[in-house]
Design a protein around this ligand. Structure first.
Ligand code: MG
Length: 247
C-alpha cells in the first residue's frame, strides 16, 4: 500500500468460503478502453475483416478510445452469458486495467503515474459481429456480462509496466501470451490522451488493450461457446476466471 494502512483483520476467512466481488462492481461511469494497442493484435484484427474502425488495418497514430457500459461488470467466477439470438461471435480480450486514484485534467505524461491508484484485470468481451455491423463499438463491447473484472485490485507499486506478463487460456489452451512492455501506447500516454479535456475521476477504470491471440485471429475463428472457461492471468494480480453459459 502507498502510505495507507489496511484495517486490522481479526478473523481470517478462507477465500473458498466467500463470493468475490469485482474490485469496482459498478464503475461510476463508462469504462474507458483502448483499442489495437499491441502491434500483433492490430495486424490480426485487420486481417479478420471485422475492423470497422477509422484506422483500419494500421497501427494507430493516436490511441483509439472507446467505452463499455458500467453495467457490463461481473466478478471473478460469474458466468459470461452468450445470447445466441443477438450474437454468434463472442470473443475474449485479456487486458491490464488501470484504476485512477487522483482526479486530473490535461495530465502530462510526466505526471500521469501520480494519478494511478493501481491495477486490475478485465476481460474486454466483444461481440465481433456487432462490432463490425456498427462503426462505433459500444454495442458490441457493452453486452450484458461483457466485462469480467478482478479477481483483485493491486496498488500501483505492485506492477512493473515494463515487464508484466499477460496470458489468456480458454479451457486450459494458451491463446494469448504477451507482456505489457509491448503496448503501443503506454499507460502515461493513454492517461495523457484520455484526460485531454476530460477530467479523469477517482475510480475510473481504463482497459489498456489486448495482445494478439483473440478468437478472430484464428482461421477459422475460435469464438466462445457455452461450457468454455476463460482464464486471464496477469503477473502481480492473479487469475480472472469465468465460465461461459448460454443466456
Ligand atoms: Mg479490448
Amino acid at each position: 500500500m502507498i502510505g495507507r494502512e489496511l484495517p486490522a483483520v481479526e478473523d481470517i476467512v478462507p477465500v473458498a468460503d466467500i463470493a468475490i466481488q469485482a474490485p469496482i462492481p459498478r464503475p461510476r461511469r463508462n469504462i474507458f478502453c483502448v483499442g489495437k494497442n499491441y502491434r500483433e493484435h492490430a495486424k490480426e484484427f485487420a486481417h479478420s475483416g471485422f475492423d470497422s474502425s477509422a484506422a483500419q488495418g494500421a497501427v494507430p497514430d493516436a490511441p483509439i478510445v472507446f467505452s463499455k457500459l458500467p453495467e457490463t461488470v461481473i466478478p471473478h467466477g460469474a458466468e459470461i452469458l452468450l445470447d445466441p439470438g443477438v450474437t454468434e461471435a463472442v470473443d475474449y480480450e485479456a487486458e491490464l486495467a488501470v484504476i485512477v486514484g487522483t482526479a486530473g485534467r490535461n495530465i502530462p505524461q510526466s505526471e500521469a503515474m501520480n494519478h494511478v491508484w493501481g491495477y486490475t484485470i478485465v476481460n474486454d468481451l466483444t461481440a465481433r459481429d456487432l462490432q463490425s455491423r456498427h462503426s462505433q463499438w459500444l454495442i458490441g463491447k457493452s453486452q450484458d456480462t461483457f466485462c469480467p473484472m478482478g479477481p483483485a485490485a493491486v496498488t500501483a507499486d505492485e506492477i512493473d509496466l515494463a515487464d508484466t506478463p499477460v496470458r489468456c487460456r480458454v479451457n486450459g489452451e494458451m491463446r494469448q501470451e504477451s507482456n505489457t512492455a509491448l503496448m503501443i501506447f503506454d499507460v502515461p500516454a493513454i492517461i495523457a490522451a484520455i484526460s485531454n479535456g476530460i477530467t479523469l475521476m477517482p475510480g475510473d477504470v481504463i482497459a489498456t488493450g489486448t495482445p494478439a491471440g483473440v478468437g478472430i485471429g484464428f482461421t477459422p475463428p475460435k469464438y466462445l461457446r457455452a461450457g468454455d472457461r476463460v482464464a486471464i492471468e496477469i503477473g502481480g494480480i492473479g487469475t480472472l476466471e469465468n465460465p461461459v453459459a448460454e443466456a
